[in-house]
Write a protein that binds this ligand. Structure first.
Ligand SMILES: [Fe+2]
Length: 335
């Protein structure tokens, strides 16, 4: 392994204690990695992965947990009162989503924190709010529009508050009848948001986030221009987070595999410009990160092109490899 592969981890905090192969305790959970720590890990040939570290402080992790619990409160209030506690969402949840969205460089790290299958619906809601807000900014959405998009994304699945938990949390595949019931969360969310005094544009995201460009989505089978721009953004964020998370019925997939499936159109027809910007930007966040290629040789991402964002240039131990040209070389693992 390249001696420098651990360098990108400097400044990150360890999530758990680290041990050498012989069982010796090397570093404690919570340690913020400095050069000396990295050297210690290298000497002991410890392999770190991005999921082993976090860019967030302990306080920030607490605030993320609080946001998830605030969202649980919103869902429960929606069930009992049949209305969204709008002020609560505005005052407690929206600022946290916007704050997290401003840390977009740590997006993948944040996804690790919001991945667990317990409380999935609430974590997912928080993550989709954050990711949609980030995509919005990447697309040039600003000011009040960005706040509106973030608000809409943060309540996009509120209609699930009315779906029975046997269906919502069913570990296996849904029957057709159950899936029909699940699909109702779009209309129910729309109605609930309008009844709570939110504007049509916000409510439309709840209604349309499962619509697809080619008319294969639900509930109405709308196509392209019939779908609001904000709904198209939330559609991308929704599928990306769902696929990269552990859910009751499916394990998480690595982010790169999900991006590849989305790029190939295998996860539905998304708005091509939104998808392209999303993939390119996510890949650019990985410049400088270490990977292992399919020949087992480690490398570092050095450039992401616009035409083939999922096939970056990789520095393979001093040799520059263009994955868009060398089709037989692929990325096997992200460290
Ligand atoms: Fe949904």
């Amino acid at each position: 392994m390249d001696d420098r592969y651990l360098e990108p981890f400097i400044g990150y905090r360890l999530r758990a204690d680290v041990f050498a192969a012989n069982g010796t305790h090397l570093l404690s959970a919570g340690t913020r990695l400095e050069r000396g720590h990295v050297r210690l890990l290298q000497v002991n040939q410890v392999v770190l992965r991005s999921k082993d570290v976090t860019a967030f402080s302990a306080e920030q992790e607490v605030s993320i947990k609080e946001a998830v619990s605030d969202i649980r409160h919103v869902f429960q209030s929606a069930v009992s009162g049949r209305k969204l506690p709008v002020d609560y969402v505005h005052d407690r949840i929206l600022p946290k989503v916007l704050e997290m969205a401003s840390r977009h460089a740590q997006l993948i790290d944040l996804l690790h924190l919001l991945q667990g299958k317990d409380e999935y619906t609430y974590k997912h809601t928080f993550a989709v709010g954050i990711i949609s807000s980030i995509i919005g900014r990447w697309l040039g959405v600003r000011g009040q529009d960005l706040i509106r998009l973030t608000m809409a994304a943060s309540v996009h699945d509120i209609g699930k508050s009315g779906i029975p938990s046997e269906v919502l949390l069913k570990p296996g595949r849904l029957t057709e009848a159950e899936f029909d019931l699940m699909k109702r969360h779009t209309r129910q969310g729309y109605e609930l948001l309008l009844a709570s005094g939110l504007d049509e544009r916000t409510a439309l995201v709840a209604l349309q986030h499962h619509e697809r460009e080619d008319g294969t989505g639900y509930p109405k089978g709308l196509q392209a221009d019939q779908i609001h721009f904000f709904s198209k953004i939330v559609a991308v964020a929704d599928v990306f987070h769902a696929m990269t998370s552990n859910r009751v019925y499916k394990s998480a997939m690595p982010f790169y595999d999900v991006l590849s499936l989305m790029w190939e159109g295998k996860l539905g027809a998304f708005h091509s410009h939104i998808l392209h910007v999303f993939i390119k930007q996510i890949m650019e966040l990985h410049i400088g990160k270490s990977v292992v290629l399919n020949d087992g040789v480690p490398g570092k991402i050095i450039y992401v092109s616009s035409s083939a964002p999922l096939k970056p240039l990789v520095n393979r131990q001093g040799e520059i490899v263009d994955l868009s040209r060398e089709q037989q070389i692929t990325i096997r693992e992200w460290l």
